[in-house]
Ligand binder design. Structure first.
Ligand SMILES: Nc1ncnc2c1ncn2[C@@H]1O[C@H](COP(=O)(O)OP(=O)(O)O)[C@@H](O)[C@H]1O
Ligand SMILES: [Mg+2]
Length: 298
């Protein structure tokens, strides 16, 4: 079994009568680049803020490396680096001096770390320039350098590509891949753009209106030829053994079975079920992620 670096169960957040996060459960494995995908206002930042202890959940449990963060002494934050919305810098100071302030505030011991992280994000040559003159892409990269300075095992990047041009976005992607693959750091990245998450994440969750739509392996979720069909019946076991016989993959949900069936085979499978006297109260084709997601943001 893979180690879960983050494990969220039944997380909720209400602001007054408004529910911004509604019963979200998900987990991030060590080594993942985990995508947090959802349109604006979906509840991405609110969820990430709860993980970082910036706001309190109304309900639910957040485990980091197996430890419940509620009641923990915030020590767990030592292992996390975060870039939530736009990074804040002293514009009149150089990139190096901005990191030095953070270095001192964090009481770090190894001054070479500043050089290391500036090299990682490709800003060492620009270290003496004032941040006020930096491009958006350079500021974002300096923001990532900030997240790396205390050697985290997990970094959380909330919409790091916002406001970047296509080249800046591509640079951001290769930087994130490098941090993940070469430095072994688990990454959570949020975005409202499916293609951006698809390009770098291995696992992802899609959320909308504070609710989880789907979570899983990105490649599997993006496979369009396999369609999911949900079945309801008074005898789900019978449907399960029918599908097993046909070597069709399925999973049991509360009151239904969800099977992966090639689209062209659907009519035949349904016919065979009826012929085998399996009573089906409902058979529903679930839409693919792309359709679901495009439908959502329309
Ligand atoms: N402090 C707050 N008070 C009231 N409503 C909030 C607050 N923070 C966020 N919201 C609302 O919660 C919803 C989710 O917001 P957010 O998590 O920022 O979405 P996302 O990051 O996915 O764009 C939005 O409707 C937003 O207006
Ligand atoms: Mg947000």
């Amino acid at each position: 079994m893979k180690d879960k670096i983050l494990d969220i169960s039944n997380l909720c957040k209400n602001f007054g009568d408004f529910t911004a996060v509604n019963d979200i459960s998900l987990h991030v494995n060590k080594g993942d680049i985990y995508g947090f995908l959802g349109p604006n206002g979906a509840g991405k930042s609110t969820t990430l803020r709860m993980v970082l202890g910036l706001i309190k959940p109304s309900n639910g449990v957040i485990l980091i490396n197996g430890e419940n963060i509620s009641g923990s002494k915030r020590k767990y934050l030592n292992s996390i680096g975060a870039l939530i919305e736009k990074p804040d810098f002293y514009k009149n100071l150089s990139a190096f001096d901005n990191l030095k302030i953070l270095y001192k505030m964090s009481r770090l011991k190894n001054i070479n770390k500043i050089k290391d992280v500036l090299n990682e994000v490709d800003l060492w040559d620009k270290r003496n320039q004032k941040v006020g003159g930096f491009s958006q892409g350079m500021k974002q990269r300096l923001g990532i350098a900030q997240t790396l300075i205390h050697d985290p095992s997990l970094i959380i990047l909330d919409e790091p590509s916002n406001g970047l041009d296509p080249q800046g976005q591509a640079d951001m992607r290769s930087l994130i891949l490098k941090i993940n693959k070469e430095m072994g750091i688990t990454v959570i990245i949020s975005s409202h753009i499916l293609s951006e998450i698809e390009k770098i994440s291995n696992r992802m969750v899609v959320i909308n209106n504070g609710q989880k739509i789907v979570e899983g392996n990105v490649e599997e979720l993006m496979q369009n030829e396999l369609l999911k069909v949900s079945f309801k019946s008074s005898d789900l076991k019978l449907i399960g053994s029918f599908l097993t016989n046909k070597k069709i993959q399925y999973e049991n949900k509360n009151d239904c079975i969800i099977a992966q069936i090639n689209q062209e085979n659907i009519p035949q499978i349904l016919k065979q079920m009826v012929e085998s006297n399996i009573s089906i109260s409902e058979a529903k084709q679930m839409r693919t992620l792309e359709e679901l997601f495009l439908g959502l943001i329309k």
